[in-house]
Design a protein around this ligand. Structure first.
Ligand code: FAD
Length: 376
């Protein structure tokens, strides 16, 4: 372990990515400092607003195979991460329920076709169960008699985003990470470290101009008595929506997806759409109490893929988690930590070594699998 004056790594940004990467690096014995412009709770991060669904199959309706593969392996890794954190985190693996109103039934085959073409075949096996009639209510009693068709994607999961952020903050303290909360980092005055790891999400835009934000708006409501047992995705031509039940009758209802980096409060139109759609899934939401209406922007690269970018000198950037940060972060962190360690001990010293490393990286294995499933 290096005990010189400067830390091995300065991690910029303490949202989901920065916290997990810093915690993992510290777990491997490195000296790490973390700088976050917001508070220890994480309230400045996209990760604070997210629903934190871990739903690679449901996301296959709009995500490519690489993302669904990263999501599937990350889903297996989350329980191990959570057992190592010093605070409990709500984690559930009850699946995702997909449903639609009869008037929007043409959405169902479209969704199914997209999922089947983007999801890995092994994930589809037993992972996509059609339900009809009484089966709907037997699986999700809150919906009995309201919907007579749906799909259960039984292997999917979710967790509580704010508990993860809090448990990671506690984990950083436990592992001796030097944390600097409420400390914005200026690109012209980077903190001292042998290697800088930039995990600032959209905050890295000044140095990653191709990064863009995709705004999402959510409502958090308290709705005792409804008792949904798993996240519900509601297919609709204009207002596709999810309702993710957390602990203690808390529901996250989301999310809009609008191009742009508008961080202003939730619009009346979006609030009406989200809340009306929830009310149409279960009238009990009419009596729910609105705890919060919130918006944030998902950090997104042009190909909608996560990226590890090395500047060839001192800085590694981990970004582009888009709408899949929670779903894929364990895999992304794994790769980032491997690469950061290789940078520190000089195994990756120049552009050729970086290309070589990338060629052998785990992601490239996933890319190969990705290509193997593509139609010829
Ligand atoms: C509405 C919504 C719903 C979502 N739902 C899901 C979901 O269900 N499942 C899922 O997998 N993902 C979901 N996501 C996506 C997920 O939240 C993001 O992919 C993830 O948060 C990205 O992590 P990040 O650490 O890169 O960025 P962030 O979480 O935004 O963290 C970046 C951090 O960097 C800090 N920072 C920025 N600039 C500076 C600076 N100059 N100095 C110091 N610190 C700085 C910020 O304060 C912030 O804390 C959702 C996102 C939104 C907005």
């Amino acid at each position: 372990m290096n005990r010189s004056a400067q830390p091995d790594f300065a991690v910029l940004g303490g949202g989901l990515c920065g916290r997990l990467v810093a915690w993992r690096l510290a777990g491997e014995g490195h000296r790490v400092a973390l700088y976050e412009r917001g508070d220890a709770a994480g309230s400045q991060a996209a990760a604070w607003v997210a629903a934190a669904m871990l739903a690679p199959l449901a996301e296959a309706a709009s995500a490519e195979l690489l993302i669904t593969r990263l999501g599937a392996s990350s889903l297996e890794t989350w329980p191990q991460i959570l057992t190592e954190l010093p605070e409990p985190v709500f984690f559930q693996r009850n699946g995702t329920f997909v449903l639609w109103h009869h008037a929007d039934r043409t959405e169902a085959p479209l969704f199914e076709r997209r999922v089947r073409s983007n999801a890995p075949t092994d994930l589809l096996e037993g992972g996509f169960v059609k339900l009809a009639g009484a089966q709907v209510g037997e699986t999700e009693p809150a919906l009995a008699g309201r919907f007579n068709q749906g799909w259960l994607l039984p292997h999917e999961g979710q967790l509580d985003n704010r508990q993860v952020l809090s448990a990671l903050a506690a984990g950083l303290a436990q592992r001796g990470v030097e944390t600097h909360w409420n400390t914005p980092v200026d690109d012209n005055a980077l903190p001292p470290a042998r290697i800088t790891i930039d995990c600032r999400g959209l905050g890295a835009k000044p140095v990653l101009p191709m990064l863009r934000g995709i705004r999402g708006e959510v409502a958090r409501v308290h709705a005792p008595g409804i008792r949904l047992m798993r996240p519900v995705r509601f297919l609709h031509p204009r207002y596709p929506l999810y309702i993710a039940p957390k602990q203690d009758d808390l529901y996250v209802i989301g999310a809009t997806e609008v191009e742009g980096e508008d961080m202003s409060p939730v619009s009346v139109r979006s609030a009406l759409e989200l809340l009306s759609a929830a009310f149409s899934v279960h009238p009990g939401f009419g009596e729910a109490r609105i705890l919060e209406l919130n918006s944030q922007c998902r950090p997104t690269l042009p190909d909608h893929r996560p990226a590890l970018l090395w500047d060839g000198a001192q800085t590694l950037r981990v970004n582009g988690l888009y709408r899949h940060g929670y779903m894929i972060m364990p895999e992304v962190a794994d790769e980032a930590v491997r690469f950061a360690a290789a940078l520190l001990d000089g195994r990756v010293g120049d552009a050729n070594a970086f290309a070589d490393w990338q060629h052998h990286a785990r992601w490239s294995e996933l890319f190969k699998l990705d290509r193997a499933q593509e139609p010829a």
